[in-house]
Design a protein around this ligand. Sequence first.
Ligand code: HAM
Length: 426
Amino acid sequence: MIKAVRGTRDLLPPDTALWNFAEATVRDVFRAYNFHEIRTPIFEETQLFARSVGEETDIVSKEMYTFEDRGRAQSDKGQSLTLRPENTAGVVRAYIEHKLWERGLNKLYYIGPQFRRERPQKGRYRQFFQIGAEALGPATAGSESPARDAEILEMLATLLDRLGITDWTLELNSVGCPNDRVAYNEALRKALEPVAAKMCVDCQRRAVTNPLRVFDCKVPEDQPIIDTLPRIGQFLDEGCHKHFAAVQEILTAVGVPFQLNDRLVRGLDYYTRTAFEFTHGALGAQNAILGGGRYDGLSESLGGPQAPGIGFAIGEDRLILALKQSAEEVQRKPHVYVAPLGEGMDREAARLARELRRQDVVTELGDATFRLKKSFETASKMGAKFALIVGENEVKADSFALKNLGTGEQVSVPRSELAHKIQSSR
Ligand code: HAM
């Protein structure tokens, strides 16, 4: 038997109803904040991720699904492609490719699958879904303003509240800018020099190549050492300091609670200034329900113009785990089950079902091989509110027996009144 690949999974009804419920709420909330949808390809040139997310990150160094795309022609040299492990890089590529700066500030969102070869466990998959948003554009369009950071964070708080997810914590840090990084990296290297030999092999390498990435280390024995390292907060220049203070001021003014976490550097290289994560108590080890931050230099590093930006991605799989609603609660059940009774009645039932569906009545259509008892049982099992009997007598009278499956009450309703009767007593 061929099964789904390890770390991937099928989403089946009724669970998909929960996903649709979450996505519909997300789209509503994003619309209120004037974000618009962007859809970028699921695979991109490998270089895009290497140059944006960073060679030394776990994502690029260990987790990408990369393949050589080679045709049969002699002239086809082949191209290294990668299934997107995240979507910020793709959005910034599209921003540059389509000269989106001409539109001023771009507020874009996406919903879609991402791919990382991580060790699968609850809340961690190799194909997972992200709901993300990015606000980017020329600085003159306001993209650099702390007001953008606060707007995004406030939108996320509103979204989680709207979804009924209450038990969240917003962790906030500033990871500074290239200005601060030179001195900070120097200080980190110095601090790591005498202790690196006691750390894991990854950290020994990071200590030399990209010391900030040491903070991504999950090895328990390394944590006491990491705790002693200098923090980026002590190295912020005046501009970064002011920016971070302004973000916090607005958040306080709009009533979004947060906790400062000076160890939070996020596992991707493109971040500058504001970095954040929302964690959730009920999620266990994989407790980051979403993460994001500013990436003021990303466009330039990909060959584009200066385009400060900030964004986030929600792990949709984790968001669903945090919902209190059950799939059954949000799934739309049929309003009516149309039960043809007797020879030739499939045709009549199909006509009636068509009329009802055109009036937005959620209709399930049975078939004439079922006896009435089996039709009622089937209808009840799928949660239909009514069964509608289509027999020869009913068709002649153009009036149909409508049975309320909850109360057992049965009434005869003229064809023209059926849709109204069913909908008004939902
Ligand atoms: P990230 O922190 O790598 O950031 O991923 C964001 C969220 O995706 C995580 O907080 C988590 O909920 C979810 N996630 C990540 N990996 C997995 C996995 N293997 N299984 C299930 N869920 C997962 C980014 O991807 C950035 N692009 C976010 C961003 C947008 N920053 C600025 N703009």
